[in-house]
Design a protein around this ligand. Structure first.
Ligand code: AP5
Length: 209
């Protein structure tokens, strides 16, 4: 399957896309993770992207589109993929349509007050990129990754002021994609409040998997 996950910051795109990727055996392609890796490695792309990410703005379309095109051409994505965080603008959606058809765009929606809690409580593993939440999805050993034991960190863009900026950016630039995909008969809506496994069942039902 070729899927897109849409939704505001902290809606649970990464969490649900990772579970679905395991179930379907297709890669999860997270543009946020690829960009963060580039920032950590100090690549040219990372240097160009960092200031946008730190302020809660979107990285320019041309950079993200070419990065995603390259990733989707890798052999593991030939049989399908789950895009997490791409497209985020109309220009990106049009570029994706020119590159490959998709089967559905899953829109995770949630009350705004829950988005702030989810983002500010997030902890991430800098080694294997696993994602936790201090209250709602905590690791077995406090502050350490369940998978690899690495001490967990806070994403720089999870400061409350940057979270608010990311939500504003989403409302202005990404929310219009809901209509874009609805108009093309590809939109699947999933309410993203509740336990992670409950939401996963809703995703599977909505996609008729
Ligand atoms: P990105 O990493 O994509 O950030 P985002 O869209 O803001 O999404 P998040 O990763 O914050 O949230 P999520 O919906 O994946 O939620 P998660 O599953 O982690 O992008 C970061 C930046 O990179 C952007 O701001 C931009 O600058 C740049 N960028 C990326 N893509 C780009 C593009 N295409 N174009 C331009 N720029 C781009 O869950 C959140 C938290 O909640 C976690 O702690 C999790 O454990 C917890 N949680 C999840 N589900 C539940 C649940 N059901 N109950 C309780 N807790 C839960």
């Amino acid at each position: 399957m070729r899927l897109v996950f849409l939704g505001p910051p902290g809606a649970g795109k990464g969490t649900q896309a990772a579970k679905l990727s395991t179930k379907l055996g297709v890669p999860r392609v997270s543009t946020g993770d690829i960009l963060r890796r580039n920032v950590a490695e100090g690549t040219d792309l990372g240097k160009k992207a960092q200031s946008y990410m730190d302020s809660g703005a979107l990285v320019p379309d041309d950079l993200v589109i070419s990065m995603t095109e390259r990733r989707l051409k890798e052999p593991d994505a030939r049989q399908g993929f789950i895009l997490d965080g791409f497209p985020r603008t109309l220009v990106q959606a049009q570029a994706l349509a020119g590159l490959t058809p998709i089967d559905a765009a899953v829109n995770l929606f949630l009350e705004p007050e829950d988005l702030i809690k989810r983002n500010t409580g997030r902890r991430v593993c800098p080694n294997c990129e696993a994602v936790y939440h201090v209250l709602m999805n905590s690791p077995r050993k406090e502050g350490h990754c369940d998978r690899c034991g690495t001490p967990l960190t806070i994403r720089p863009d999870d400061r409350p002021d940057v979270v608010r900026a990311r939500i504003e950016t989403y409302d202005r630039q990404t929310a219009p994609l809901i209509k874009y995909y609805r108009d093309r008969g590809l939109l699947v809506e999933v309410y993203a409040s509740g336990l992670i496994d409950e939401i996963f069942h809703r995703v599977l039902e909505a996609l008729k998997i």
